[in-house]
Design a protein around this ligand. Structure first.
Ligand SMILES: NC(=O)c1ccc[n+]([C@@H]2O[C@H](COP(=O)([O-])OP(=O)(O)OC[C@H]3O[C@@H](n4cnc5c(N)ncnc54)[C@H](O)[C@@H]3O)[C@@H](O)[C@H]2O)c1
Length: 352
Protein backbone atom coordinates (compact mmCIF):
# COMPACT_ATOMS: atom_id res chain seq x y z
CA UNK A 1 0.00 0.00 0.00
CA UNK A 2 1.56 3.35 -1.02
CA UNK A 3 2.22 5.97 1.65
CA UNK A 4 -0.15 8.35 -0.11
CA UNK A 5 -3.29 7.06 -1.83
CA UNK A 6 -3.53 8.46 -5.35
CA UNK A 7 -6.89 9.96 -6.35
CA UNK A 8 -8.50 10.85 -9.68
CA UNK A 9 -11.76 12.78 -10.09
CA UNK A 10 -14.20 12.39 -13.00
CA UNK A 11 -16.61 15.30 -13.51
CA UNK A 12 -15.11 18.70 -12.65
CA UNK A 13 -18.21 20.77 -11.81
CA UNK A 14 -19.64 22.20 -8.57
CA UNK A 15 -19.04 19.27 -6.20
CA UNK A 16 -15.65 18.23 -7.65
CA UNK A 17 -13.93 21.19 -5.99
CA UNK A 18 -15.23 20.02 -2.59
CA UNK A 19 -13.65 16.60 -3.27
CA UNK A 20 -10.39 18.19 -4.44
CA UNK A 21 -10.24 20.40 -1.34
CA UNK A 22 -10.98 17.43 0.92
CA UNK A 23 -8.29 15.27 -0.72
CA UNK A 24 -5.76 18.12 -0.51
CA UNK A 25 -6.45 18.47 3.22
CA UNK A 26 -5.62 14.80 3.95
CA UNK A 27 -1.88 14.20 4.52
CA UNK A 28 -1.94 10.64 3.16
CA UNK A 29 -3.93 11.48 0.00
CA UNK A 30 -2.90 13.07 -3.28
CA UNK A 31 -5.03 14.33 -6.18
CA UNK A 32 -3.18 13.11 -9.26
CA UNK A 33 -5.59 13.57 -12.17
CA UNK A 34 -9.01 14.91 -13.13
CA UNK A 35 -11.25 14.32 -16.16
CA UNK A 36 -14.15 16.23 -17.71
CA UNK A 37 -15.58 16.25 -21.22
CA UNK A 38 -15.39 20.06 -21.06
CA UNK A 39 -11.61 20.69 -21.32
CA UNK A 40 -11.72 24.07 -19.50
CA UNK A 41 -13.47 22.47 -16.50
CA UNK A 42 -10.79 19.78 -16.23
CA UNK A 43 -8.01 22.31 -16.78
CA UNK A 44 -9.31 24.74 -14.14
CA UNK A 45 -9.48 22.08 -11.41
CA UNK A 46 -6.20 20.47 -12.47
CA UNK A 47 -4.25 23.73 -12.35
CA UNK A 48 -5.61 24.67 -8.90
CA UNK A 49 -4.46 21.36 -7.40
CA UNK A 50 -1.39 20.53 -9.51
CA UNK A 51 -3.09 17.52 -11.16
CA UNK A 52 -3.11 16.33 -14.78
CA UNK A 53 -6.21 17.17 -16.83
CA UNK A 54 -7.97 14.66 -19.12
CA UNK A 55 -11.00 14.96 -21.35
CA UNK A 56 -12.11 11.35 -20.91
CA UNK A 57 -12.28 9.00 -17.94
CA UNK A 58 -10.91 6.19 -20.11
CA UNK A 59 -7.71 8.09 -20.91
CA UNK A 60 -7.25 8.99 -17.24
CA UNK A 61 -7.72 5.36 -16.14
CA UNK A 62 -5.29 4.10 -18.81
CA UNK A 63 -2.52 6.67 -18.30
CA UNK A 64 -2.46 7.20 -14.53
CA UNK A 65 -1.53 5.11 -11.51
CA UNK A 66 -4.61 5.64 -9.34
CA UNK A 67 -5.90 3.95 -6.18
CA UNK A 68 -9.27 5.72 -5.95
CA UNK A 69 -11.58 7.44 -8.45
CA UNK A 70 -14.16 9.98 -7.23
CA UNK A 71 -17.27 9.98 -9.43
CA UNK A 72 -18.61 13.57 -9.57
CA UNK A 73 -20.53 13.42 -12.88
CA UNK A 74 -24.33 13.86 -13.28
CA UNK A 75 -26.22 11.26 -11.24
CA UNK A 76 -27.47 9.20 -14.19
CA UNK A 77 -23.87 8.63 -15.35
CA UNK A 78 -22.62 7.19 -12.04
CA UNK A 79 -23.13 3.56 -13.10
CA UNK A 80 -21.14 3.99 -16.32
CA UNK A 81 -18.24 5.84 -14.69
CA UNK A 82 -18.11 3.84 -11.45
CA UNK A 83 -18.20 0.52 -13.35
CA UNK A 84 -15.45 1.69 -15.72
CA UNK A 85 -13.26 2.68 -12.78
CA UNK A 86 -14.00 -0.51 -10.80
CA UNK A 87 -13.34 -2.73 -13.82
CA UNK A 88 -9.91 -1.08 -14.07
CA UNK A 89 -9.29 -2.23 -10.47
CA UNK A 90 -9.77 1.15 -8.77
CA UNK A 91 -11.74 1.81 -5.57
CA UNK A 92 -14.58 4.32 -6.04
CA UNK A 93 -16.10 7.19 -4.06
CA UNK A 94 -19.40 8.01 -5.74
CA UNK A 95 -21.36 11.21 -5.25
CA UNK A 96 -24.96 10.84 -4.12
CA UNK A 97 -27.29 9.44 -5.32
CA UNK A 98 -25.41 6.21 -6.01
CA UNK A 99 -27.53 6.00 -9.19
CA UNK A 100 -31.08 6.83 -10.15
CA UNK A 101 -32.50 3.30 -10.65
CA UNK A 102 -32.20 0.18 -8.51
CA UNK A 103 -31.16 -1.83 -11.59
CA UNK A 104 -28.15 0.45 -12.10
CA UNK A 105 -27.24 0.22 -8.39
CA UNK A 106 -27.48 -3.56 -8.44
CA UNK A 107 -25.16 -3.70 -11.45
CA UNK A 108 -22.65 -1.52 -9.62
CA UNK A 109 -22.82 -3.81 -6.57
CA UNK A 110 -22.27 -6.80 -8.84
CA UNK A 111 -19.19 -5.24 -10.49
CA UNK A 112 -17.82 -4.26 -7.08
CA UNK A 113 -18.09 -7.85 -5.84
CA UNK A 114 -16.60 -9.24 -9.02
CA UNK A 115 -13.60 -6.87 -8.86
CA UNK A 116 -13.14 -7.01 -5.06
CA UNK A 117 -12.73 -3.23 -4.75
CA UNK A 118 -14.14 -0.83 -2.15
CA UNK A 119 -17.09 1.41 -2.90
CA UNK A 120 -18.55 4.25 -0.85
CA UNK A 121 -21.30 6.74 -1.68
CA UNK A 122 -21.17 10.26 -0.31
CA UNK A 123 -23.66 10.94 2.47
CA UNK A 124 -21.49 13.45 4.24
CA UNK A 125 -24.02 14.44 6.88
CA UNK A 126 -23.73 11.01 8.47
CA UNK A 127 -20.34 12.29 9.61
CA UNK A 128 -21.67 15.50 11.20
CA UNK A 129 -21.11 15.46 15.00
CA UNK A 130 -24.87 15.97 15.62
CA UNK A 131 -25.82 12.95 13.51
CA UNK A 132 -23.11 10.81 15.10
CA UNK A 133 -24.28 11.82 18.60
CA UNK A 134 -27.93 10.97 17.89
CA UNK A 135 -26.93 7.68 16.23
CA UNK A 136 -24.87 6.68 19.29
CA UNK A 137 -27.79 7.56 21.60
CA UNK A 138 -30.09 5.42 19.44
CA UNK A 139 -27.73 2.48 19.78
CA UNK A 140 -28.05 2.93 23.56
CA UNK A 141 -31.89 2.94 23.14
CA UNK A 142 -31.83 6.36 24.85
CA UNK A 143 -34.98 7.57 23.07
CA UNK A 144 -37.06 4.58 24.21
CA UNK A 145 -39.82 3.48 21.86
CA UNK A 146 -39.45 5.52 18.64
CA UNK A 147 -42.82 6.96 17.61
CA UNK A 148 -42.21 9.69 15.02
CA UNK A 149 -39.43 10.82 12.65
CA UNK A 150 -39.78 13.89 10.43
CA UNK A 151 -37.73 15.58 7.72
CA UNK A 152 -38.30 19.15 6.47
CA UNK A 153 -36.22 20.49 3.56
CA UNK A 154 -37.47 24.04 2.77
CA UNK A 155 -34.75 24.95 0.28
CA UNK A 156 -34.46 27.42 -2.58
CA UNK A 157 -32.98 26.83 -6.02
CA UNK A 158 -33.46 29.53 -8.67
CA UNK A 159 -34.53 28.84 -12.25
CA UNK A 160 -30.97 29.84 -13.20
CA UNK A 161 -29.65 26.95 -11.09
CA UNK A 162 -31.80 24.45 -13.00
CA UNK A 163 -30.81 26.08 -16.30
CA UNK A 164 -27.08 25.94 -15.39
CA UNK A 165 -26.72 22.31 -16.49
CA UNK A 166 -28.81 20.51 -19.13
CA UNK A 167 -29.00 17.47 -16.82
CA UNK A 168 -30.49 19.30 -13.83
CA UNK A 169 -34.16 18.59 -13.12
CA UNK A 170 -34.38 15.83 -15.77
CA UNK A 171 -35.61 12.29 -15.19
CA UNK A 172 -32.87 10.84 -17.40
CA UNK A 173 -29.83 12.27 -15.60
CA UNK A 174 -30.96 13.86 -12.29
CA UNK A 175 -33.39 11.00 -11.68
CA UNK A 176 -35.86 13.38 -10.05
CA UNK A 177 -36.03 16.82 -8.50
CA UNK A 178 -35.95 17.96 -4.88
CA UNK A 179 -36.21 14.38 -3.59
CA UNK A 180 -33.50 12.62 -5.62
CA UNK A 181 -31.10 15.56 -5.73
CA UNK A 182 -31.41 17.75 -2.62
CA UNK A 183 -33.38 15.75 -0.02
CA UNK A 184 -31.54 12.44 -0.34
CA UNK A 185 -29.15 13.60 2.39
CA UNK A 186 -31.93 14.06 4.96
CA UNK A 187 -33.85 10.98 3.80
CA UNK A 188 -30.69 8.93 4.28
CA UNK A 189 -30.24 10.31 7.80
CA UNK A 190 -33.92 9.69 8.63
CA UNK A 191 -33.73 6.03 7.66
CA UNK A 192 -30.27 5.57 9.24
CA UNK A 193 -31.58 6.94 12.55
CA UNK A 194 -35.19 5.67 12.55
CA UNK A 195 -34.53 2.35 10.79
CA UNK A 196 -35.88 0.93 7.52
CA UNK A 197 -39.04 2.36 5.92
CA UNK A 198 -41.87 -0.14 5.49
CA UNK A 199 -44.53 1.81 3.55
CA UNK A 200 -45.17 5.18 1.90
CA UNK A 201 -48.01 7.50 0.78
CA UNK A 202 -46.92 10.58 -1.18
CA UNK A 203 -47.72 13.63 -3.29
CA UNK A 204 -45.22 15.38 -5.57
CA UNK A 205 -45.62 18.41 -7.84
CA UNK A 206 -43.70 20.98 -9.86
CA UNK A 207 -44.91 24.40 -8.77
CA UNK A 208 -42.12 26.97 -8.88
CA UNK A 209 -39.75 25.98 -11.72
CA UNK A 210 -39.70 25.07 -15.38
CA UNK A 211 -38.35 21.53 -15.28
CA UNK A 212 -39.48 17.94 -15.81
CA UNK A 213 -39.20 16.76 -12.23
CA UNK A 214 -40.78 17.74 -8.90
CA UNK A 215 -39.83 20.78 -6.83
CA UNK A 216 -42.18 19.97 -3.95
CA UNK A 217 -43.00 16.65 -2.29
CA UNK A 218 -44.60 15.29 0.85
CA UNK A 219 -44.78 11.74 2.14
CA UNK A 220 -46.23 9.88 5.07
CA UNK A 221 -44.17 6.90 6.20
CA UNK A 222 -44.44 3.87 8.42
CA UNK A 223 -41.11 2.50 9.56
CA UNK A 224 -40.47 -1.22 9.96
CA UNK A 225 -40.29 -0.71 13.75
CA UNK A 226 -43.88 0.63 13.71
CA UNK A 227 -43.02 4.33 14.12
CA UNK A 228 -44.60 6.90 11.78
CA UNK A 229 -42.87 9.68 9.87
CA UNK A 230 -43.15 12.49 7.37
CA UNK A 231 -41.00 13.99 4.64
CA UNK A 232 -41.74 17.51 3.32
CA UNK A 233 -39.33 19.00 0.80
CA UNK A 234 -39.13 21.77 -1.76
CA UNK A 235 -36.64 23.86 -3.71
CA UNK A 236 -39.32 26.55 -4.12
CA UNK A 237 -39.04 28.06 -0.61
CA UNK A 238 -37.36 31.42 -1.09
CA UNK A 239 -34.80 32.22 0.30
CA UNK A 240 -34.12 28.67 1.52
CA UNK A 241 -34.02 27.93 5.25
CA UNK A 242 -32.59 25.28 7.52
CA UNK A 243 -33.17 21.56 7.04
CA UNK A 244 -34.82 20.02 10.09
CA UNK A 245 -34.74 16.39 11.17
CA UNK A 246 -36.87 15.48 14.18
CA UNK A 247 -36.84 12.25 16.09
CA UNK A 248 -39.28 11.50 18.89
CA UNK A 249 -39.47 8.58 21.30
CA UNK A 250 -41.23 7.92 24.62
CA UNK A 251 -37.96 8.46 26.50
CA UNK A 252 -36.48 11.36 24.53
CA UNK A 253 -36.53 13.70 21.57
CA UNK A 254 -33.88 15.24 19.30
CA UNK A 255 -33.95 17.90 16.60
CA UNK A 256 -31.11 18.40 14.13
CA UNK A 257 -31.40 21.79 12.46
CA UNK A 258 -28.94 23.11 9.91
CA UNK A 259 -26.75 20.03 10.58
CA UNK A 260 -26.42 20.91 14.31
CA UNK A 261 -28.24 19.53 17.34
CA UNK A 262 -30.78 22.23 18.28
CA UNK A 263 -32.78 20.21 20.80
CA UNK A 264 -32.05 17.13 22.88
CA UNK A 265 -33.96 15.94 25.91
CA UNK A 266 -33.62 12.45 27.37
CA UNK A 267 -35.65 11.03 30.24
CA UNK A 268 -32.50 9.38 31.61
CA UNK A 269 -31.00 12.84 32.28
CA UNK A 270 -34.05 14.21 34.12
CA UNK A 271 -33.62 15.02 37.83
CA UNK A 272 -37.38 14.84 38.35
CA UNK A 273 -40.03 13.04 36.42
CA UNK A 274 -41.73 15.16 33.72
CA UNK A 275 -45.42 15.57 34.57
CA UNK A 276 -48.46 14.30 32.71
CA UNK A 277 -48.43 17.29 30.34
CA UNK A 278 -44.70 17.20 29.50
CA UNK A 279 -42.66 20.40 29.23
CA UNK A 280 -42.77 23.20 26.70
CA UNK A 281 -39.93 23.00 24.19
CA UNK A 282 -37.30 25.58 25.07
CA UNK A 283 -35.03 24.89 22.13
CA UNK A 284 -33.23 27.98 21.00
CA UNK A 285 -31.27 26.84 17.96
CA UNK A 286 -28.09 28.75 17.29
CA UNK A 287 -28.62 29.78 13.71
CA UNK A 288 -25.50 29.45 11.59
CA UNK A 289 -24.63 32.71 9.93
CA UNK A 290 -24.07 33.18 6.20
CA UNK A 291 -24.91 31.03 3.20
CA UNK A 292 -25.73 27.36 3.57
CA UNK A 293 -26.58 24.64 1.05
CA UNK A 294 -30.26 25.55 1.71
CA UNK A 295 -29.85 28.58 -0.53
CA UNK A 296 -26.57 28.02 -2.37
CA UNK A 297 -25.34 24.63 -3.60
CA UNK A 298 -21.75 25.88 -3.82
CA UNK A 299 -21.73 27.04 -0.17
CA UNK A 300 -20.77 23.59 1.04
CA UNK A 301 -18.01 23.16 3.61
CA UNK A 302 -15.66 20.29 2.72
CA UNK A 303 -15.26 19.14 6.35
CA UNK A 304 -17.79 16.30 6.23
CA UNK A 305 -16.59 15.18 2.77
CA UNK A 306 -13.07 15.04 4.24
CA UNK A 307 -14.28 12.82 7.10
CA UNK A 308 -16.03 10.50 4.65
CA UNK A 309 -13.03 10.27 2.31
CA UNK A 310 -10.83 9.55 5.36
CA UNK A 311 -13.30 6.80 6.37
CA UNK A 312 -12.93 5.24 2.89
CA UNK A 313 -9.13 5.45 3.12
CA UNK A 314 -9.29 3.62 6.46
CA UNK A 315 -11.44 0.92 4.83
CA UNK A 316 -8.94 0.57 1.95
CA UNK A 317 -5.87 0.42 4.20
CA UNK A 318 -7.44 -1.98 6.75
CA UNK A 319 -9.39 -3.98 4.17
CA UNK A 320 -12.50 -3.03 6.18
CA UNK A 321 -15.90 -1.57 5.35
CA UNK A 322 -16.67 2.10 4.76
CA UNK A 323 -19.55 3.53 6.83
CA UNK A 324 -21.70 4.12 3.73
CA UNK A 325 -21.26 1.11 1.44
CA UNK A 326 -23.32 0.45 -1.68
CA UNK A 327 -26.00 -1.49 0.19
CA UNK A 328 -26.47 1.41 2.62
CA UNK A 329 -26.61 3.89 -0.27
CA UNK A 330 -29.27 1.83 -2.05
CA UNK A 331 -31.80 2.39 0.77
CA UNK A 332 -32.49 6.15 0.39
CA UNK A 333 -32.81 5.69 -3.39
CA UNK A 334 -35.34 2.89 -2.81
CA UNK A 335 -37.36 5.19 -0.50
CA UNK A 336 -37.29 8.05 -3.03
CA UNK A 337 -38.32 5.78 -5.91
CA UNK A 338 -41.10 4.49 -3.61
CA UNK A 339 -42.26 8.09 -3.08
CA UNK A 340 -42.38 8.67 -6.85
CA UNK A 341 -44.38 5.50 -7.34
CA UNK A 342 -46.78 6.33 -4.49
CA UNK A 343 -47.34 9.83 -5.91
CA UNK A 344 -47.86 8.52 -9.44
CA UNK A 345 -50.25 5.71 -8.53
CA UNK A 346 -51.85 7.39 -5.50
CA UNK A 347 -51.47 4.04 -3.78
CA UNK A 348 -49.57 2.94 -0.71
CA UNK A 349 -46.15 1.57 -1.69
CA UNK A 350 -44.68 -1.20 0.45
CA UNK A 351 -40.91 -1.53 0.28
CA UNK A 352 -39.39 -4.99 0.20
N1 LIG B 1 -22.83 15.67 -1.66
C1 LIG B 1 -23.34 16.85 -1.99
O1 LIG B 1 -23.68 17.67 -1.12
C2 LIG B 1 -23.51 17.20 -3.44
C3 LIG B 1 -23.65 18.54 -3.83
C4 LIG B 1 -23.77 18.83 -5.20
C5 LIG B 1 -23.81 17.80 -6.13
N2 LIG B 1 -23.71 16.50 -5.72
C6 LIG B 1 -23.75 15.39 -6.71
O2 LIG B 1 -22.58 15.47 -7.51
C7 LIG B 1 -22.87 15.10 -8.86
C8 LIG B 1 -22.46 16.25 -9.78
O3 LIG B 1 -23.18 17.42 -9.44
P1 LIG B 1 -22.61 18.89 -9.75
O4 LIG B 1 -23.56 19.83 -9.12
O5 LIG B 1 -21.17 18.96 -9.42
O6 LIG B 1 -22.82 18.91 -11.34
P2 LIG B 1 -22.08 19.83 -12.42
O7 LIG B 1 -22.96 19.88 -13.60
O8 LIG B 1 -21.65 21.11 -11.80
O9 LIG B 1 -20.76 18.99 -12.75
C9 LIG B 1 -20.79 17.78 -13.48
C10 LIG B 1 -19.55 17.75 -14.39
O10 LIG B 1 -19.50 16.48 -15.02
C11 LIG B 1 -19.03 16.69 -16.35
N3 LIG B 1 -19.39 15.55 -17.20
C12 LIG B 1 -20.59 15.26 -17.77
N4 LIG B 1 -20.51 14.12 -18.47
C13 LIG B 1 -19.23 13.68 -18.36
C14 LIG B 1 -18.54 12.55 -18.88
N5 LIG B 1 -19.15 11.65 -19.64
N6 LIG B 1 -17.23 12.41 -18.54
C15 LIG B 1 -16.60 13.33 -17.77
N7 LIG B 1 -17.21 14.42 -17.26
C16 LIG B 1 -18.51 14.59 -17.55
C17 LIG B 1 -19.69 18.00 -16.78
O11 LIG B 1 -19.02 18.59 -17.87
C18 LIG B 1 -19.59 18.82 -15.49
O12 LIG B 1 -18.43 19.60 -15.45
C19 LIG B 1 -24.36 14.78 -8.91
O13 LIG B 1 -24.54 13.40 -8.79
C20 LIG B 1 -24.92 15.50 -7.68
O14 LIG B 1 -26.08 14.86 -7.15
C21 LIG B 1 -23.54 16.20 -4.41
Amino acid sequence: MPEKLRFGIVGCGVIASTHAEAIASLPDAQLVAVADIVPECAQRLASTYGATAYTSIQAMLEDETLDVVNICTPSGLHREHACQAMRSGRHVIIEKPMEITLAAIDEMLHVQQEMGVKLTVISQHRFDPATQQVHTLLQEAAFGRLVLGNVLVPWWRSQAYYDSGAWRGTWALDGGGVLMNQSIHSIDLLQWLMGPVHSIYAYTDGLAHRMETEDVAVAVLRFANGALGTIAATTGAYPGIATRIELFGDKGSAVIENDALSYLHLARDDQEEVGAYGIAATANPQEKQGATAASNPAALSSTSHTLQIADMMRAIREDGMPLVDGYAARRPVEIILGMYEAARTQQKVILS
